[in-house]
Design a protein around this ligand. Structure first.
Ligand SMILES: NC(=O)c1ccc[n+]([C@@H]2O[C@H](COP(=O)([O-])OP(=O)(O)OC[C@H]3O[C@@H](n4cnc5c(N)ncnc54)[C@H](O)[C@@H]3O)[C@@H](O)[C@H]2O)c1
Length: 312
């Protein structure tokens, strides 16, 4: 008998214990709204934008690192299509100029600047150039990254430093330079970092890369918390396998190491529930989402974009 009653009593006392915080939270929210908003229907927090307005980035200035190729190039195309002026940051100026030309042909605004994301001086220079070119800096996409294959037992200090410097240090100091400008201009902003599913599910032979992308995910949360008071929203995207020039290079490296790329592909194919590898535009559309007003109450998150790979 006692055995039957005790759980019920516990359940009731838990319900009562939960009821008070929930009621107080509701009162707090309603009090906040009555102070800060004119009315539930017409108040500022209810002001509704149309779908087109939510995704309209006209008048915004953006930086996309590694925007000359792959995922970065696709992000440049989507942000400029939405109306933003984009500064493409890359070490490959030939490829970057071609992207600028493509954007202009489509009626968008883009410029390219040569910069190595490892350099703090370059980060400052890029921010200044962006404000000068587009009037403000509102969006930063930390996309540039490298993923050279190396077994942990063979990884040299030079390779470790190169990968961590580009993928993690570059992300931090470009974020810092951008955030300083956003704080100075008092208009907030968006920072979008490229992580990887490899950070949570290592695929082998890239421990240095896994560590760098784990760092990017952790940094995303830390900066989101620290810069929320300035209206700077920080989120990350964790792509799965996306077909880009970088991943093609990886395939060639595997081939050179005597591995059959077709075997490797077969291994992956069985793990794509959506039946295909990702395209750069699959990531670019999510970057646009994070850059838009669709997510002005979301910060510190990492969105996995892997066609279901991690589920399989
Ligand atoms: N492709 C994938 O399958 C995949 C999966 C998960 C995560 N990612 C991440 O997405 C991002 C883009 O990957 P991608 O496959 O499009 O790469 P990519 O190699 O195709 O393009 C990377 C771009 O970054 C530039 N770049 C490299 N080092 C730079 C530096 N020091 N300074 C400035 N620019 C530099 C390159 O010139 C190039 O234009 C990376 O951060 C990568 O780790 C990619």
């Amino acid at each position: 008998m006692g055995l039957v009653l005790r759980p019920r009593m516990q359940a009731r006392s838990q319900t009562n214990a939960n009821a008070f915080p929930l009621a107080s939270l509701t009162v707090c929210v309603l009090t906040y709204m009555s102070i800060h908003c004119r009315s539930l229907e017409g108040g500022a927090y209810m002001a509704k934008k149309t779908i087109a307005e939510i995704f309209d980035l006209t008048g915004k200035g953006a930086i996309v690192t590694g925007g000359a190729m792959g995922i970065g190039r696709a992000i440049v195309m989507r942000l400029t299509e939405a109306g933003a002026g984009v500064m493409i940051v890359d070490i490959d100026m030939d490829a970057a100029s071609k992207v600028v030309q493509r954007v202009k042909e489509k009626g968008g605004k883009a410029e390219a600047i040569r910069a190595d994301i490892r350099s703090l001086a370059d980060a400052k220079k890029v921010v200044e150039a962006t404000v000068q070119a587009f009037g403000s800096l509102d969006i930063l996409v930390n996309n540039a990254g490298i993923y050279p294959i190396s077994k942990a037992l063979d990884t040299t200090e030079e390779l470790w430093d190169r990968v961590l410097d580009i993928n993690l240090k570059g992300t931090f100091f470009f974020s810092q330079a951008a955030a300083r400008e956003m704080v100075r201009a008092k208009h907030g902003g968006r920072i979008i970092n490229l992580a990887s599913i490899d950070a949570v599910h290592p695929m082998g032979d890239v421990a240095h890369y896994n560590a760098s992308k784990g760092g990017v995910m952790s940094l995303t949360k830390a900066l989101a918390l620290e810069w929320a008071p300035y209206g700077i929203i920080v989120n990350a995207i964790a792509p799965g396998s996306i077909w880009t020039s970088g991943s093609e290079k990886l395939r060639m490296e595997q081939e050179a190491a005597g591995k059959d790329p077709k075997e490797m592909l077969k291994k992956f194919e069985t793990r794509w529930p959506l039946g295909r590898p990702g395209e750069p535009d699959d990531i670019a559309k999510v970057a646009l989402f994070y850059a838009s007003d669709a997510v002005n109450y979301v910060t510190g998150t990492t969105l996995v974009v892997d066609g279901g790979y991690l589920l399989s």
